[in-house]
Design a protein around this ligand. Structure first.
Ligand code: ADP
Ligand code: NI
Length: 216
């Protein structure tokens, strides 16, 4: 199988898993992360094939959509094995996907490879800015969280367990994750793109609170 054919088959596989999702983890999220990863790779280096496959598969294993993270990783592992990839390549991809997620304000990132750092940055760029705002409200609605409740204060989660079980509001999610991402970008290229998207979220929040305040 050529690399192009493997990528094409993987696109079809990911579409079959995520197409039509309404929580912000649909195929078009994957498509943006895939394309952003390729853009970042042009400047930052790393193995393009590992980066592309990791970007395409990164949300198939998400703990939010599988019974456990392990189930998801097994699905990905099985997929990669039947593509007849070497163990070395498979392990590199699995390693990226295992470490990609944000796990709480106080939990350090553990990504070691440039391939992983690029995919993580691309995923995080899609979590901020106008797209990030839209995805966050879609997610909150889908999972039944309140949009905004001034009586509920945000929390800076110190463990993944706390972060995972948190049922805070969507506005709080900006303070618990989205506004922290700018300073957690791995690469210079991603940091530069994040600046503008971060400012846009700040101005959105300012407008949001100004509108609320004006009614007091
Ligand atoms: P990660 O890899 O860091 O888990 P994902 O690609 O899975 O990131 O996307 C996570 C996105 O889902 C967030 O950026 C946000 O838009 C949305 N999301 C996750 N948790 C919440 C939440 N509690 N409230 C609102 N949106 C959320
Ligand atoms: Ni993602």
């Amino acid at each position: 199988m050529t690399k192009e054919f493997i990528i094409e088959k993987t696109i079809a596989f990911v579409k079959s898993k995520l197409e039509g999702d309404s929580s912000g983890h649909d195929w078009w999220h994957i498509y943006r992360v895939w394309n952003m990863s390729k853009k970042l790779q042009e400047k930052e280096g790393g193995d393009l094939f590992i980066i592309e496959l990791s970007a395409l598969l990164h949300d198939v294993a998400d703990w939010k959509f599988n019974k456990t993270e392990m189930d998801g990783l097994e699905i990905i592992h099985n997929w990669l094995i039947q593509l007849e990839l070497t163990n070395e390549i498979i392990n590199k991809i699995i390693n990226v996907i295992k470490n990609v997620s944000f796990k709480g304000a106080g939990v350090k990132d553990t990504m070691k490879t440039i391939e992983g750092k690029i995919v993580q940055d691309a995923d995080r760029l899609d979590a901020i800015g106008a797209i990030g705002i839209a995805r966050t409200f879609a997610f909150g609605g889908k999972f039944g969280n309140e949009m905004y409740n001034p009586e509920i204060k945000f929390e800076l989660h110190q463990t993944f367990e706390q972060y995972k079980k948190s049922r805070g509001t969507t506005i709080n999610h900006f303070y618990e994750k989205l506004l922290l991402l700018k300073d957690r970008m791995n690469t210079r290229s991603a940091k530069a793109i994040a600046e503008d998207r971060h400012r846009f979220m700040e101005s959105f929040l300012k407008q949001f609170f100004d509108e609320c305040e004006s009614l007091k």
